[in-house]
Design a protein around this ligand. Sequence first.
Ligand code: PMP
Length: 407
Amino acid sequence: ISPEQLNSIREQFPALHQEVNCKPLIYLDNGATTQKPKAVINALSRYYEHDNSNVHRGAHTLSDRATEHFENARKTVQRFLNAAKAEEIVWTRGTTEAINLVAATWGRSNIKAGDRILVSGMEHHSNIVPWQMLCEQSGAELLPIPVLENGELDMAAFKSLLTPAVKLVSVVHVSNALGTINPVADIIALAHANGSKVLIDGAQAVAHWDIDVQALDADFYAFSGHKLFGPTGIGVLYGKEALLNAMPPYQGGGEMIEHVSFSKTTYNVLPYKFEAGTPNIAGAIGMAAAIDYLNTLDRKALAAHEDALLARANELAAEMGGIRIIGNAAHKASVFSFILEGAHPADVGTLLDQQGIAVRTGHHCAMPVMEQFKVPGTVRASFTFYNTLEEVDALFKGLEKAKLFLL
Ligand code: PMP
C-alpha cells in the first residue's frame, strides 16, 4: 500500500497519535490487543447515545432498535466467517469463553474416560487449561502435538497421534507466541478422516485475513473482538448447527430459556440457548463496526504490507546480530518474537517503552512452548496493517539503545 493510503488508515486510529514518555507512540503490541478505528468508537457512542436498551424483550422502539443492531451484528459476523447460518454465531466474552463453552458443554457430553484430546504444543493457555479441567473431570487424556525447532507443527507426529481414541483436536490457527500459521485445513481434513471433531482458536488469525469456516470445514472456530480492532469483552464461538443443537446449554439464566417452571425448564433455540443473561450489546455492535471498516479496505494488500513489515524486521535483526528469533516457520504472521542475547526480555521491554515503543514481554500465556525453546519468555513485536516500515526501523534503533544499557 502507498504511504498516502497508510497515512489515511492511520488517521482512522486516534490512539496511535499520542506521545508516550515524550516520544511518539509506536504501538507494536497488536497481538495482545489492537487499537480501534473511529468507526468502532463512533458506533459505540452512537449506540449509547441513541439506542441503548435491552434486547429481545422490549415493547418499545429503543429496544427494537437495539435488537435490530445486535442481530445485524451477528449477521455481519456470519458473513465475515462465511458461516452457513446466523444461528451458528454465538456471542461470548472472547476466545477464552468460547473455548470454555465448548469444553463445558460439548466436552462434558461427549468426552469420557479413555478418550483423548489433542492440542498443539504452541497453544495459548486458554486452549490448554479448559481441556485439562475437562480431562480431570472425565478421566480423558490431553496430549500435545509436538512443535518442531523452527516453530512448525510436527505433522508426522500429529498423524501418528490420531488414533480412534482422539475425539477432539483443538489447535491454534496462528500462534501468538511464535507467529506460526498452522495448516488448519489439512489438520481438519486429517482429524475428520479419523472421526475427530476440530476446534480452531482463531484469536490471532482474524486480524490478518478473512476466514471461511465452511471451506475449512471447522466444527468450531473461536475469536475475540478486541484482536480484530473491535471492543474488549466480546467474542464469537462459531459452531456447526447440528453440533450446537446437540449440546446442552452453558450457563443458566435469562434469554437461554423457552419456558421455566419448578418442575421443568425448556431451553431456547440457537443461538440464544448459549447466551444467558443480558449480552454485551454494545460490544457486538462495535465488533460489527470493526468488520464493516475492514471490509472497506483491501485486506490482501494489507496482508502483503504486514509481510513486508516482518521481512524488514528479519532483515534488520540479521544486520544487528545478537538476536535469536523464536519461531521461524515458513508460513508466519507478522509476529516477531525474539531474545536479545544476554538481556532479560522484561528489561528490553522497559527500555523500549521509555522510547515510546510498546511491545509485549514474557511468556505470552504460552508457557509450554517457552519451555520447549528453553526461554523464560521473549520480546514480542506484533505488527498490524497500520504499522509502518519506519516504525520497524525505530524498533531496531530502540534495541541498539537498549543494548548500550544492558550489554
Ligand atoms: N488464543 C490466542 C492464540 C491468543 O493470542 C489469545 C489472546 N492473547 C487468546 C486465545 C485468548 O483471547 P482472549 O483473552 O481475548 O479471550
